[in-house]
Design a protein around this ligand. Structure first.
Ligand code: ADP
Length: 259
């Protein structure tokens, strides 16, 4: 039960009575649980048809190119891109249910951090006209979950692209801190985030309300998932931003976190 009470005062400010409410939050918790279960089942069920759709669209594109039907091959390619977007939304929903059920486990191994940065940038660069620059210090091998860290990098870079519709440059920086942590930052020169909203962007489903000129698609989950991954990697994630000027999203993780 959740109790709430307010005092009723006389003209001399003496409390003469309390009025309270008592709410049964069991029902609310049950509802939350049902909602989370539904999200988990629905996103899981969506994965199978999406996997087939991806195979079909790739098969179609390949065959149309072979027949020199480039116009229709381009349509199939666009279908494939949309399937990728849908898959990443469904994966985000699945990740959120995993986080809520405490089932997001990191699979840690040694991997080459610099190589991963180059791979992620190359992949992002293929699907954007923004110019992604890299200023890097040699980091070498680190111990962590390569796929999950790649997911965080991809999320930060794709946000930087999405939220800078009128500016072209994205600057990535990597370096080692004095505490032997890997520092990774993505700087954009886009719409930026008002100061009072900067901490909230890491909350689940939180989105800064769009400007009049632009609407940006999204569920408000990417940064929440990223911050959970970074926390579980023993690190921290944060943002410096100026509204209208751009944002700098950074994470720092220990090079050899082993807990
Ligand atoms: P989504 O982009 O799907 O809304 P995220 O969790 O990735 O979800 O981001 C949460 C919110 O933070 C976004 O809706 C946006 O308002 C803000 N945001 C994230 N990255 C940037 C950025 N690089 N520039 C400006 N705003 C950003």
């Amino acid at each position: 039960f959740l109790g709430r009470a307010v005092p009723i005062k006389d003209p001399n400010d003496n409390i003469i009575q309390w009025i309270g409410t008592c709410t049964d939050i069991d029902e609310f918790k049950q509802f939350q649980q049902q909602k989370d279960n539904f999200l988990g089942i629905a996103s899981h069920e969506l994965k199978t048809p999406l996997t087939s759709l991806k195979l079909y669209s790739q098969f179609l594109e390949k065959n149309l190119r072979k027949q020199d039907d480039n116009k229709n091959a381009d349509v199939a390619m666009k279908m494939d891109e949309q399937v990728n977007k849908l898959t990443s939304l469904v994966n985000d929903l699945l990740d959120v249910t995993k986080i809520q059920n405490g089932k997001i486990l990191l699979n840690r191994n040694e991997f080459d951090f610099d190589e991963l940065v180059n791979e992620v940038i190359a992949e992002q660069q293929m699907s954007t006209s923004h110019r992604i620059y890299l200023e890097n210090e040699r980091i070498g091998n680190i111990y962590g979950d390569k796929n999950r860290i790649s997911q965080v990098m991809t999320n930060l870079i794709s946000n930087a692209i999405k939220y800078s519709p009128d500016s072209d440059n994205i600057q990535i920086t990597t370096k080692l801190t004095e505490e032997d942590c890997v520092h990774f930052s993505v700087r954009d020169f886009g719409i930026g985030i008002p100061e009072d909203k900067q901490d909230r962007v890491f909350e689940q489903y939180y989105r800064v309300s769009g400007s009049k000129e632009h609407t940006f698609p999204g569920l408000g989950l990417g940064l929440y998932i990223s911050s959970e991954i970074i926390k579980r990697s023993g690190g921290r994630i944060f943002v410096n931003s100026v509204e209208g000027k751009g944002s700098d999203f950074c994470f720092e993780i220990p090079k050899n976190y082993n807990h």
